[in-house]
Design a protein around this ligand. Structure first.
Ligand code: GRF
Length: 192
């Protein structure tokens, strides 16, 4: 069994979707949700689904050694980032090489990097008049939003699309694709 820890700071729709998808999965399970925000919907969803939660205090958020030790103690094999708004410390990246997967709600390499998080991303996409947006699932390395791309899925945008419409289109792609992409990465790696 491969055990995933999901890191999340927000509403938690991806946490909920991933928990649902991997329930009763023969190879992969969601074993832990890690958050920096006790109020996050993601934490409530984990608790409701009887998934263990690790809440990081402010002084622990940048402590990669502490976080990786906590993950190893829980026998975590993979980390999935789903709307986690804190920087991943270098020591954690070193402890889980090619085992940390992020979803970015745009088509990288555009609309990534500094300042490109939360609502900023869709706003920037709309402002630059893009005809499509989508999701990028990628490995996390030391360079923000620059790890190796695993998969991208795109959706057409209309010039008249509002922020909410773009957000909804991208979220639908997340719900449809993120769990299966994570599943494929882990299955492929584990049978190599
Ligand atoms: C998602 O759009 C994810 O791609 C992004 O943050 C958002 C998190 O939403 N990085 P939720 O907490 O899963 O609802």
């Amino acid at each position: 069994m491969k055990r995933i820890a999901i890191f999340a700071s927000g509403k938690g729709s991806n946490v909920e979707n991933l928990i649902r998808y991997f329930k009763n999965h023969p190879l992969i399970g969601i074993a832990l949700v890690v958050s920096n925000n006790a109020q996050a919907g993601a934490v409530q969803i984990a608790t409701k689904n009887h998934v263990d939660v690790l809440l990081l205090a402010p002084h622990q958020v940048n402590d990669g050694v502490f976080i990786s030790q906590s993950l190893k103690a829980k026998k975590i094999n993979y980390v999935v980032l789903a709307g986690y708004l804190k920087m991943i410390p270098a020591d954690l990246i070193k402890a889980f090489p090619d085992k940390i997967i992020n979803i970015h709600p745009a088509l990288l390499p555009k609309f990534g990097g500094k300042g490109m998080y939360g609502s900023n991303i869709h706003k920037a996409v709309i402002q630059s008049g893009e005809t499509e947006s989508g999701i990028t699932v990628h490995f996390v390395n030391e360079e923000y939003d620059q790890g190796r791309i695993i998969a991208q899925k795109a959706v057409k945008l209309d010039a008249a699309d509002s922020f909410t419409e773009v957000e909804n289109k991208v979220r639908l792609l997340e719900m449809e694709w993120f769990p299966t992409i994570v599943e494929q990465v882990i299955s492929a790696t584990e049978t190599e």
